[in-house]
Design a protein around this ligand. Structure first.
Ligand SMILES: [Zn+2]
Length: 338
């Protein structure tokens, strides 16, 4: 487990001794610890999701699991007979763990990653034209492991791509070799090149040309076979950004054409009720939609075994040794909860 619950939530010291026990109404006995460095006494659940939880842990897991498998917000409240506020609080708290877990992921080093970028769309609140909707969701997924780095929603505008690619730049910094493959949308390459480039020293006079950092590649798939009017067959993909001359060109056409995000989009539509078509369970607000995405991000990356790879994506990418259980996640100590 990567969030050590044995260390002191106040000063981080590992010198903590058991100093008693107490009973909870629903979840049995809990241990108390005393930090020998700062003197604070704290419960084993201090700063975790289950601190002050009044319902049984198993029950909360069933509720969140049902949400992460596609049950709508209102239906979940009705089936489990809980109030909307209770469910909202649980979802918020669970989703709030995402940022800390994400930072933990970025503390790793990676050898090679192929990232696919794609967007899916849903409606938010009122029925507005797709181009005005805040329900566009960018997904940046590492291909082999199915690990999702980015799953962020907003309007289909530059800021949405910019925010996603700023996260990708942090991933690039931890990775020796990274390729970004996208399906048609040209802004990925353009914006990535704006925020992440090297100046190539050629020894020639004049301004040195901008290139992508060494071992970073971008490929755009071209849809359709050829342009009929000019009758020239179009290449199957393009490299829209100038690359570093020492970047190894080892990416094959079949690498470019596999598409795993598309398969994931199907799963998103099944598992997140806000993406289901032809119903009226669309998201009510962008914040609410992002909350369900963050919840889904944790479940997809750390808990659920992917049906094709038969592995939990974070394990496949080498971030953790074994997949986490729901209880593991609920027992993680979050600095932001203390
Ligand atoms: Zn302490």
């Amino acid at each position: 487990m990567f969030f050590n619950s044995n260390s002191c939530p106040y000063c981080g010291s590992k010198e903590c001794k058991e100093s008693g026990k107490y009973n909870t109404m629903q979840n049995g006995e809990r241990k108390l610890f005393r930090c020998t460095d700062c003197g604070q006494v704290f419960s084993e659940t201090k700063g975790t999701f289950i601190e002050k939880l009044r319902k049984p842990i198993d029950f909360v897991i069933k509720v969140l699991k049902s949400r992460s498998e596609g049950s709508s917000f209102n239906a979940t409240c009705r089936v489990f007979e809980i109030s909307k506020n209770t469910l909202l609080n649980w979802e918020r708290k669970f989703a709030d763990m995402k940022d800390v877990i994400f930072l933990y992921c970025l503390a790793n080093q990676f050898l090679s990653q192929i990232i696919e970028g794609d967007e899916v769309y849903t409606k938010i609140n009122k029925n507005v034209p797709a181009e005005d909707s805040q329900g566009w969701t960018i997904i940046l997924m590492e291909r082999a492991s199915r690990f999702i780095w980015v799953m962020d929603c907003g309007e289909h505008e530059k800021t949405l791509f910019l925010n996603a690619l700023e996260i990708l730049v942090q991933v690039i910094e931890q990775t020796e070799e990274l390729s970004l493959i996208t399906d048609g949308e040209r802004r990925y390459g353009k914006i990535l090149f704006e925020i992440c480039y090297d100046l190539l020293k050629t020894g020639k006079p004049g301004r040195p040309p901008k290139v992508l950092p060494k071992n970073v590649k971008v490929r755009i798939k071209n849809k359709g076979d050829s342009n009929r009017e000019t009758e020239k067959p179009r290449p199957k993909y393009e490299a829209p950004c100038r690359e570093h001359p020492e970047t190894e060109q080892n990416i094959s056409e079949s690498d470019i054409h596999a598409n795993h995000v598309e398969a994931f989009n199907g799963s998103l539509r099944r598992r997140n009720s806000a993406y289901r078509r032809k119903t009226n369970t669309y998201a009510k607000s962008k914040t609410g939609l992002q909350r369900t995405l963050d919840l889904g991000w944790i479940v997809h990356n750390f808990i659920r075994v992917h049906w094709t790879t038969k592995q939990v994506p974070a394990v496949a990418l080498g971030i953790i040794d074994a997949g986490l259980s729901w209880v593991d996640v609920l027992k993680m100590r979050m600095p932001s909860f203390v």
